[in-house]
Design a protein around this ligand. Structure first.
Ligand SMILES: NC(=O)C1=CN([C@@H]2O[C@H](COP(=O)(O)OP(=O)(O)OC[C@H]3O[C@@H](n4cnc5c(N)ncnc54)[C@H](OP(=O)(O)O)[C@@H]3O)[C@@H](O)[C@H]2O)C=CC1
Ligand SMILES: Nc1nc(=O)c2c([nH]1)NC[C@@H]1CN(c3ccc(C(=O)N[C@@H](CCC(=O)O)C(=O)O)cc3)C=[N+]21
Ligand SMILES: [Mg+2]
Length: 285
């Protein structure tokens, strides 16, 4: 018994293989998809995620550039770098790694990115399109989650999805994409009272809190689908999600692991968005 584990790592490999073919087709037509990453400062976790993105670009044939300004960079200088990337023909996707140092206004920086190159899907123009169901870039983590559920033919329509966490980059858009798939959605957050009464009703539970072992077997319904977005560094230096994997695995029907779950799919959907952006450029010429 026990849940089936949805390997994001395996699905990422398969998806990257098909993206590689689309990239080769683009290259044969004279366009190499290009991703420009800006990583401010030297936070070790951010540096590690950016390395993952560079590796994925190599695997999919996407040209990548990483600019690593010192954390003393001014907001104006950073906006200047974004402007340069916005105007480059050979760059189809722009990603500014978050969080930014506190002297820089994150929202202002996100707004400066050309929405047609916003492969993170964080610009309000793309957020708005997601809300209305128009075609735009979807945020990579929620997009990857939907992809993982569909890869296992897990029904979403009509089911109760409970999202724990409401950040702009994960929780909120995850709930919106599940709603678009016709789930009935509940959000839980730090002000939620009696959280367990909500999580126990979930057919699909998304944990995006950032606290190790936040969700235990007692918090879920038997047979629930549990998606663990959390990436937490434990005291012994390992990576752990928000879900107590060993106990929850015995009670859930499907579960995503950490590492090797949502993280690799997040990066893969970034590659996907970059390829789409380059394809749009090709068809616009
Ligand atoms: N695998 C991946 O690809 C990615 C993983 N992550 C990971 O996902 C996790 C969440 O990231 P992110 O959304 O950016 O984090 P934030 O810190 O921005 O948001 C955390 C959310 O959890 C809620 N929360 C905090 N404490 C509680 C509590 N006791 N009870 C209920 N809700 C609570 C907060 O509520 P409130 O709004 O009320 O403060 C907030 O909405 C992190 O571990 C991060 O590293 C993030 C991005 C991508
Ligand atoms: N502009 C911006 N876009 C982001 O998408 C973004 C961001 N800023 N800031 C930080 C968060 C976090 N995030 C992760 C991506 C991949 C893994 C990932 O691949 N994790 C591996 C483990 C990686 C490791 O070993 O450290 C795994 O879960 O298997 C994790 C976290 C993207 N984020
Ligand atoms: Mg945040």
């Amino acid at each position: 018994m026990g849940a089936e584990v949805i390997s994001g790592k395996e699905l990422a490999q398969a998806t990257r293989q098909s993206l590689k073919e689309r990239t080769e087709e683009l290259v044969s037509q004279g366009i190499t998809p290009g991703l420009g990453v800006i990583l401010v400062g030297n936070d070790p976790a951010s540096a590690s995620y950016v390395r993952g993105k560079e590796k994925a670009c190599l695997e999919t044939g996407i040209h990548s550039e990483v600019d690593r300004p010192d954390e003393s960079i001014t907001e104006e200088e950073l906006l200047g770098k974004i402007d340069t990337l916005n105007n480059r023909e050979d760059i189809h996707g722009i990603l500014v790694q978050l969080p930014l140092p506190s002297h820089i206004d994150e929202q202002k920086v996100i707004m400066a990115i050309d929405p047609s190159k916003d492969v993170d899907g964080f610009h309000p123009y793309n957020t708005g399109k997601m809300l209305t169901g128009d075609d735009g870039f979807l945020p990579c983590t929620p997009f990857g989650i939907i992809h993982m559920l569909k890869s296992r033919n897990i029904p979403i329509e009509g089911r109760h999805a409970v999202v724990v966490g409401r950040s702009n980059i994960v929780g909120k858009p995850a709930g919106m994409l599940l709603l678009k798939e016709n789930a009935t959605v509940t959000f839980c957050h730090s002000r939620t009272k009696d959280m367990r009464s909500h999580t126990k009703q979930a057919d699909i539970l998304i944990a995006a809190v950032g606290k190790e072992k936040f969700i235990s077997a007692d918090d879920i319904k038997a047979g629930a689908v549990v998606v663990d977005v959390g990436v937490n560094r434990t005291s012994d230096g390992k990576l752990a999600g928000d879900v107590d994997f060993e106990s929850v695995k015995e009670k859930a029907s499907f579960i995503t692991p950490v590492p090797g779950g949502v993280g690799p799919m997040t990066i893969t959907m970034l590659m996907y968005n970059t390829v789409i952006s380059a394809e749009k450029r090709l068809h616009a010429t």
